[in-house]
Ligand binder design. Structure first.
Ligand code: NAD
Length: 351
C-alpha cells in the first residue's frame, strides 16, 4: 500500500488533497499542528478511516517527524503546512518565518535522515514534494507570465518566507541529493477554504447581508485555479516530475478581483436571491488597499502541461459555480468556523 506523509492536511488545500488521496486508497499520515487555519471538520468524512492517521504536531518538531517517518515508512512526504495569509504576515511576520522557514528546515532534516537510511530500491523512488506559491515571483505589469525561470522577488513577509523555504528545498537537493520536487501555484479556490480569503469571505458576507470589502480599486489580477485541479497537478508532479525540478501550476484564468466578486454576487442572486430582490453587488464596498499589494500574477504552466501532461479540468465559471454551491450546501462547516466552535475539539485531537 502506498503511504504518504502529508503536512498541513487539515488546511484548505491539504484537506482537499487528503480527502481525495484517501478515497484513492492511499494511506495518509496527516501531520498538522492545527493553527487557526487547521480544521478537523474538513476531515470528518474520513474520521475513523484506517487509511488516515491524524497527528497533531509541528513540522518544526524534528523528533516527532523522525518518529512518524520511522513508524509509517512513507513513500513520499508532501509539505503543505504553512502560515498562508498575506494580511496576517503583514501584522506578524515572525510566525511565518518560524513555520515556513525554520519549520520547513527541520522537516527537511528529518526527511533527509530517513531517506539516507532507506534501502536501495525504495530510496530511488522516494520523493519530497514542497507545495509553494506563485507569489515568490513578485508582481507583474499588464503583460507577461511567471515561468519557472522568473527571478524570485517576493514582496510580502508571506511570500518572502515561502521563497526562503523553496530555496532550502532546492539546496537540500543540490547539496544532499534529496529527491525533491517543488510546485509553485497560483491562487486556489474551492470547498473548505477558510473564510478570511477573498472568495469564501465574499460568499459569507454576501449571505449575511454585510458589506463586501474590495481592496483598492479591485483591479488586482489573479490567475485562479480550482483546488481539485491543483491537487491533480501535485499528484502528477509526484508521479512523473523530474527530481530537483520546479513546476508552475496555473489555470489560465486571469480575473480582476472585482470581477470575481461580481461573479459570486450573480450566482448568489440566482441561487439565493435577497428577500428585497436587490442584487448583492450593491453590497460591494471599496476599502483601503493592502500595503504593498501585488497588482497582477499570471502563471505560465506550459512545462507542467507539456512535460507531464497535466491540464486543469475546470473553467473559472464552472469552478466558481461549484464553490458557491458547496458553501450554500455546507453552511454548518462555515458557521463553525465563524463562531469559533471548530476549534473546541482540539485537546486530545492527536491519535
Ligand atoms: P491553510 O492556511 O489553509 O492551511 C495550512 C495548514 O497548515 C493548516 O491546517 C495549519 O494548521 C497547518 N500548519 C501551520 N503551521 C504548521 C506547522 N508548524 N506544523 C504543522 N502544520 C502547520 O493554507 P492553504 O491555503 O491550504 O495552503 C497550503 C499550502 O499551499 C501552503 O504552503 C501555501 O503556501 C500553498 N499555496 C496556497 C495557495 C492558495 O491559494 N491557498 C496557492 C499556492 C500555494
Amino acid at each position: 500500500m502506498t503511504t504518504w506523509l502529508v503536512t498541513g492536511g487539515a488546511g484548505f488545500i491539504g484537506g482537499n488533497f487528503v480527502l481525495d488521496a484517501v478515497a484513492r486508497g492511499i494511506k495518509i499520515i496527516n501531520l498538522d499542528v492545527l493553527t487557526y487555519a487547521g480544521n478537523r471538520d474538513t476531515l470528518a468524512a474520513i474520521a475513523g478511516d484506517p487509511g488516515h492517521v491524524f497527528v497533531q504536531g509541528d513540522i518544526g518538531d524534528r523528533a516527532l517527524v523522525a518518529q512518524l517517518l520511522d513508524a509509517h515508512r512513507p513513500d513520499a512526504v508532501l509539505n503543505f503546512a504553512a502560515e498562508s495569509h498575506v494580511d496576517r504576515s503583514i501584522d506578524g511576520p515572525a510566525a511565518f518565518v518560524q513555520t515556513n522557514v525554520v519549520g520547513t528546515l527541520a522537516l527537511l532534516e528529518a526527511v533527509r535522515d530517513y531517506w539516507k537510511a532507506l534501502p536501495s530500491g525504495v530510496k530511488e523512488s522516494f520523493r519530497f514534494l514542497h507545495v509553494s506559491t506563485d507569489e515568490v515571483y513578485g508582481a507583474l505589469g499588464a503583460t507577461g507570465k511567471f515561468s519557472e525561470t522568473t527571478a524570485y522577488a517576493p514582496n510580502s513577509p508571506y511570500s518572502a518566507s515561502k521563497a526562503a523555504s523553496d530555496h532550502l528545498v532546492r539546496a537540500f537537493h543540490h547539496t544532499y541529493g534529496l529527491p525533491t520536487l517543488t510546485t509553485n501555484c497560483s491562487n486556489n479556490y474551492g470547498p473548505y477554504h477558510f473564510p478570511e480569503k477573498l472568495i469564501p469571505l465574499v460568499i459569507a458576507k454576501a449571505l449575511a447581508g454585510e458589506p463586501l470589502p474590495v481592496y483598492g480599486d479591485g483591479k488586482q489580477v489573479r490567475d485562479w485555479l480550482f483546488v481539485s485541479d491543483h491537487c491533480a497537478a501535485i499528484r502528477t508532479v509526484l508521479a512523473k516530475g523530474r527530481v530537483g525540478e520546479t513546476y508552475n501550476v496555473g489555470g489560465d484564468a486571469e480575473m480582476q478581483n472585482i470581477d470575481v466578486v461580481h461573479a459570486i454576487c450573480a450566482l448568489l442572486d440566482q441561487r439565493r436571491p435577497r428577500a428585497d430582490g436587490v442584487s448583492r453587488a450593491t453590497q460591494i464596498t471599496y476599502v483601503a488597499d493592502r500595503p504593498g499589494h501585488d497588482r497582477r500574477y499570471a502563471i505560465d504552466a506550459s512545462k507542467l502541461r507539456n512535460e507531464l501532461g497535466w491540464a486543469p479540468q475546470y473553467t473559472f465559471a464552472q469552478g466558481i459555480a461549484e464553490t458557491v454551491d458547496w458553501y450554500l450546501d455546507n453552511q454548518a462547516w462555515v458557521q463553525r468556523v465563524l463562531d469559533g466552535s471548530y476549534r473546541l475539539e482540539r485537546i486530545g485531537a492527536s491519535v
